[in-house]
Design a protein around this ligand. Structure first.
Ligand code: ADP
Length: 260
């Protein structure tokens, strides 16, 4: 009998070692795929602005153009815009890695969330106009004071609003609701976009997760926006979740504790 037990134990040990080694291998493979994906995405996103800046610089250098003040202004503005885009990309990546190393100092103060929602909507108004979209607010909450960090909270809202426009094939229609439940305020951001399956919903807050959205008006990203959103909302002792159905739009819900 002891012999059988020993053999069994031996088999179990072998199996455990084998599966954990296999798991590690799979994880390593996933990490390397994520890295490759990330580098590909980043390179792709930098390629266009760099090319545009180069073209604009060449144009300005052209003796025929250099005396045309309007044209020079136009090209300078192009350079500035592209530069801004690249800066935003780098900021996104830096923010996430700083958050992970707990290097971001997230001071919070009592604030009325409604103002921040309006402010975030202002931030995206140009893109919304460009896409011929609309946004409607329904501020139903009567108690709206929470402890928050103004910069990060605005970023969170802008990220979700940005996605609401990005992941819709037609003219985006966004509805923003606030309501009180017990000692919480809920912010709901509802879009009429492409929606997502249950499987995708489970993963959207993971770092580097992206669903392939086909050719949907050239949507790009790094799958970091919602990971950042979740980290910030966690840090505010809140919760963030998504309700959605493929083809029928999505609603992102942020739940924050009220302070009075
Ligand atoms: P990114 O937009 O850079 O890919 P995010 O972290 O913001 O990264 O989003 C992760 C993924 O979640 C997206 O690639 C997309 O598939 C999905 N997603 C996010 N917001 C929406 C939305 N409003 N509607 C449909 N899908 C969404």
């Amino acid at each position: 009998l002891p012999m059988t037990i020993l053999t069994l134990l031996f088999v179990v040990i072998i199996l455990v070692t084998y599966t954990s080694a296999l798991k590690q291998l799979i994880m390593q493979k996933q990490i390397s795929e994520i890295k490759t994906d990330f580098i590909n995405n980043m390179t792709h996103e930098f390629k266009t602005p760099i090319a545009t800046i180069n073209l604009a610089l060449d144009a300005i250098k052209n003796p025929k153009i250099i005396d045309d003040k309007d044209k020079v202004q136009k090209y300078l503005q192009m350079i500035k815009d592209e530069n801004k885009r690249m800066h935003a990309q780098v900021e996104n990546v830096l923010r996430i890695s700083k958050l992970e190393r707990n290097e971001l100092n997230i001071d919070k103060e009592p604030q009325e969330i409604t103002e921040y929602i309006e402010d975030a909507i202002d931030h995206v108004s140009l893109i919304l106009e460009d896409r011929e979209g609309e946004v409607h607010t329904h501020f139903n909450a009567t108690r709206t004071t929470v402890l928050l960090n103004d910069v990060h909270f605005t970023n969170v809202l802008v990220n979700i609003l940005d996605n609401a426009m990005k992941y819709s094939a037609d003219k985006p229609v966004i509805n923003v609701y606030t309501e009180n439940i017990k000692d919480y305020v809920l912010i709901k951001i509802e879009d009429n976009g492409i929606g997502m399956s249950k499987a995708v919903q489970k993963k959207v807050f993971e770092k580097f997760f992206r669903e392939h959205t086909g050719d949907l008006h050239n949507v790009k990203g790094h799958g970091l926006g919602l990971a950042y959103v979740k980290q910030i909302i966690d840090d505010h002792n809140g919760e963030v979740f998504v309700e959605s159905e493929k083809g029928k739009g999505s609603t992102f819900i942020i739940k924050l504790p009220l302070i009075n």
